[in-house]
Design a protein around this ligand. Sequence first.
Ligand code: CDP
Length: 239
Amino acid sequence: MSDTKRPDGIIIALDGPAGSGKSSTAKAVARCLGYRHLDSGAFYRAITYAALHAGIQPDGWAQLTHDELDRMDVHGKPGETGYTMTVAGEDVSLQIRTPEVNAHVSRMAAVPAVREWLMDALRESGARGGLVADGRDIGTVVFPDAELKAYLIADAEERARRRLLEMGVTGLSAEDVRAEAARLQGRDALDSGRETAPLRQADDAVVIDTTSLTFDEQVERIVALARERGGVDRSEEIP
Ligand code: CDP
């Protein structure tokens, strides 16, 4: 039985800079609570991939219309635990994580028409609650009434180290880490400096610095806060 106004439970919004661990944390928090995970960055990544794949040059992205975006056929297919990104019906989960998409996604995400076009789909996913959504503007714009908002931060080099390990890079040199930190900070600058829905901490967000936390510690901290805010554990309902 739910003790919130949403039938499936509360909404948890996790925002923060690039590589702060939002997506993996959100996924694990969702698993603990039996909620669904919405990785909003994956939607921006899939649109970026679709545009690059269709040969639409970055210089033209600011002029994209809603009809053109519709024709790109980008969807988040809802599943039991999250969403699978598809372009023209094809699963693009791997293609949206390439260095090429990393390098271009912030430019696509700064286009107001793109953000507007996505908004309904993102909000629709939270209509029943029971959602852990992560991104840049989840607590400020997409779900400003989320019951729990957390803003995850971490030292840039630590974020870079984690991102490289996640990408399977082994034998990390100090130079690799510095170069990746510069790429992450470049994306942060674009995401924070844009006019529409910039990366910003919501006034009512709990700030969690994960630099010296283990992954399990950061997950536990958010799950504990979620329970305090009325997050009902649905995991036992899932067979
Ligand atoms: O996982 P990582 O921190 O690298 O980024 P992501 O969450 O996959 O997001 C990729 C990019 O999408 C970000 O750098 C932003 O430009 C954009 N984004 C956004 O503008 N708003 C969101 N709610 C989520 C992502």
